[in-house]
Design a protein around this ligand. Structure first.
Ligand SMILES: *Cc1c(COP(=O)(O)O)cnc(C)c1O
Length: 368
């Protein structure tokens, strides 16, 4: 089988041109005389790679100068544990808004360190909606408010730019922290609305093993809680995210991916493509006469992750097997939701979504 259209939620599809560059430099990086994975992070080649990656990410996301950018090992879950350590006093109140699985995961990472308040949750609704901001029970004096910009498993997304979409709240003096793991760089965002934005790279930014944290510099002056040096964002910033040996390969490939996104036209262009891809897929689901179902409130349906169900779970296995034959992989839904899920991040071309829609129509015709 040659390379298929990969709808995997993460680790996810990367642009072919990025993989080709990575393949070439795996053997020898420039005239370093060694592979990119064999050279020092303190050497001139890698220092240049790291600086370029930060500059490109800053350009891509229009990150203001008063925000620091950290490249840290591990995933988004790691940052979910580090945020309270760095920004909340021991036992201080922190507000969490739950719109799916990952928001709930974030509360489990933070609960040992803060007085955790679930300010709003759509759990009773099976995480198919976002509670209206007026109903959120935010605390006075909270260290921060935490939201998940896009819920990768449940397919629920804050859509500040969409007509009728759900905006991020104005939290006043309390900084807003957002997990952008699965939607970062898919549309323009106003970084200045947030105290901190974080993302694991493996959804929309590159390979797994590295995460990005974008944080307002003044927040780094907060005392936070007793923590080991290696968990201290301030010390990591002072060391250019190289307090210890960083995941150089992952950082390098993420940098190639940032560069690819810039060359393709940046976040405005990816917003346009994402809308086009999501519209095509949701139209196929909604136009199937109820055969395929997506149960998320249409106002907050994710542009990145589209869960959908067939009329009978017994059809799931044949749907996946025949999809694979048609060159479509990674469509099995997460076990907590079931059914199917198509993840359509920036590297997924419109032709891939068209091939999926064609498969869905064909399958329904034969099994419906
Ligand atoms: C995947 C994901 C996570 C967990 O990421 P890890 O890198 O596996 O820790 C957290 N939040 C969101 C929104 C995700 O999509």
């Amino acid at each position: 089988m040659s390379r298929a259209y990969n709808f995997s939620p993460g680790p996810a599809m990367l642009p072919e041109s990025v993989l080709l560059q990575a393949r070439d430099t795996m053997l020898e990086y420039g005239d370093a005389g060694a592979s990119i994975v064999e050279i020092s992070h303190r050497g001139p080649e890698f220092i240049e790679i790291a600086a370029q990656a930060e500059a490109d990410l800053r350009a891509l996301l229009s990150i203001p100068a008063e925000y620091a950018v950290l490249f840290l090992p591990g995933g988004a879950t790691t940052q979910q544990a580090l945020l309270p350590l760095n920004f909340a006093d021991p036992g201080q109140r922190a507000d969490y808004v739950l719109t799916g699985h990952w928001g709930a995961t974030a509360t489990r990472q933070a609960r040992p360190y803060v007085d955790l308040n679930v300010a709003a949750s759509s759990e009773d609704d099976g995480y198919r909606s976002i509670p209206p901001v007026e109903s959120w029970r935010l605390s006075d004096g909270a260290a921060y408010v935490h939201v998940t910009a896009n819920e990768t498993i449940h397919g629920v997304e804050f859509r500040p730019a969409a007509p009728g979409g759900h905006a991020f709240p104005d939290t006043g003096d309390v900084p807003l922290f957002a997990d952008f793991s699965s939607s970062i760089a898919s549309e323009p965002i106003d970084v200045s609305r947030f105290g901190a934005i974080y993302a694991g790279a493996q959804k929309n930014l590159g390979p797994v093993g590295i995460g990005v944290v974008i944080v307002r510099r003044d927040l780094l002056e907060r005392a936070g809680q007793p923590r080991a040096d290696i968990f201290d964002y301030r010390l990591q910033l002072a060391a250019d995210s190289m307090l210890n040996t960083p995941p150089t390969w992952n950082w390098y490939v993420a940098g190639l991916t940032f560069r690819w996104m810039l060359e393709e036209g940046g976040v405005e262009e990816f917003a346009r493509r994402s809308d086009e891809k999501a519209k095509l897929l949701y139209a196929a689901i909604d136009g199937s006469g109820g055969w395929y179902r997506n149960e998320v409130d249409p106002a907050v349906r994710s542009r990145m992750n589209v869960p959908f169900f067939l009329p009978d779970p017994a059809l799931d296995a044949p749907f996946l097997a025949e999809a694979r034959e048609a060159g479509l992989v990674g469509l099995k839904g997460h076990r907590v939701v079931g059914g199917m899920r198509a993840s359509i991040y920036n590297p997924m071309p419109l032709a891939g979504v068209q091939a999926l829609v064609d498969h869905m129509r064909d399958f329904q015709r034969r099994h419906g």
